[in-house]
Write a protein that binds this ligand. Structure first.
Ligand code: F6P
Length: 346
């Protein structure tokens, strides 16, 4: 077998661990492995890649990268071969010209949709679920999420002491697109007083009541808001066409209504950078190796998924059907409510 690995979409901690695991597992099978440069972009804009789209990968190329953030192959969330027109037939032709037999595609929902489209046309693909947002269906968790939650929690911990010293309201914005997983889990772990997620459009009254009560009892408050969270009567906050500004909007609304000294902090891409934590390294290593085993078993259109205590495989088509958002009756939501955390609805 001659296979290639491609990392697509926004980077996430653990990509390099997946690459190392897949490469070593494939070499162990006696296969040849390469990496595609910059996601699918190197196949779509060949003129920008004078050395060609492939980086040959051997034991040496993946030495010492398990704990490195980012991806040694490069990635992009801008060259989408499905839009504005479907360019996957041309991509498959290029993959065949490169004598490739199969592709391991590491990415989130966008990458899995491309993987599914390629696989439908008969080119074998196995997907590996990545995203800090954890919004991919079919897997209990994506790699990258745990590191993002851990880092966000550390930041919230640090903001506690400065908020308390100044008697302030601190509003912390975290990524996550249209899903509130990062906000909910880091907010709970960091004992935020208010957690706002896209799944629960918020009203100002309960938030203001909570902040005023906190001012009179403890003097300060921590609010964690997902970038996709929005008031009941308004839509997502955006900046230059991208999600962003949710914390700024809330800070202004709080100050205007209460006069409370309020600051906002946007964690943004800090959540994507840096080394994967131990949990994400393990997921990545397990996913990379399982993906190679999937190809060896003759799977041609599946995604690796975490199904504790093991990994399983499911059809790529199934994995891309729905976005996984926070169920309103999940136990983390029930726990937050039981602890008196304001979720913006009551
Ligand atoms: O999907 C990962 C993610 O980090 C989202 O949480 C965020 O909305 C988006 O990517 C940011 O993308 P970009 O890297 O283009 O700013």
């Amino acid at each position: 077998m001659n296979i290639a690995i491609v990392t697509g979409g926004g980077d996430a901690p653990g990509l390099n661990a997946v690459i190392r695991s897949a490469v070593l597992s494939a070499l162990g099978m006696g296969w040849t492995v390469s990496g595609l440069r910059d996601g699918m972009r190197s196949l779509m804009v060949p003129a920008d890649y004078p050395k060609g789209p492939l980086i040959p990968l051997d034991h040496n190329s993946v030495r010492g990268i398990t704990f490195l953030g980012g991806t040694i192959l490069g990635t992009t969330n801008q060259s989408n071969p499905l839009e504005p027109v479907d360019r996957t037939p041309e991509i498959i032709e290029n993959l065949r010209k490169l004598n490739l037999d199969a592709l391991l595609m590491v990415g989130g929902d966008g990458t899995m949709a491309i993987a599914s489209r390629i696989a439908k046309q008969g080119f074998p693909v196995v997907g590996i679920p990545k995203t800090i947002d954890n919004d991919l269906d079919g897997t209990v968790v994506t790699f990258g999420f745990d590191t993002a939650v851990e880092f966000a929690t550390q930041c919230i911990d640090r903001l506690h002491s400065t908020a308390e010293s100044h008697g302030r309201v601190m509003v912390v914005e975290v990524m996550g697109r249209y899903a509130g997983w990062i906000a909910l889990e880091s907010g709970l772990a960091g004992t935020a007083d208010v957690i706002l997620i896209p799944e629960i459009p918020y009203k100002m009254e309960p938030i203001l009541a909570k902040l005023k009560e906190r001012k009179s009892t403890r003097g300060f408050s921590l609010v964690v808001i997902a970038e996709g969270a929005h008031p009941v009567d308004q839509t997502y906050s955006t900046h230059q066409g991208r999600l962003g500004g949710a914390a700024q909007r809330l800070q202004s609304a709080i100050e205007e209504a209460t006069g409370l000294d309020t600051r906002n902090v946007v964690l943004g891409h800090l959540l994507r950078g840096g080394p994967p934590n131990a949990r994400d390294r393990l997921y990545s290593l397990r996913f990379g190796s399982a993906a190679v085993r999937a190809l060896a078993e003759g799977r041609k259109a599946d995604m690796v998924a975490l199904d504790p205590p093991n990994v399983r495989y499911l059809p790529l088509e199934e994995a891309t059907r729905h976005m996984k958002t926070v169920p309103l009756d999940c136990d983390s939501i029930l726990t937050a409510r039981a602890l008196g955390t304001c979720l913006g609805d009551e």
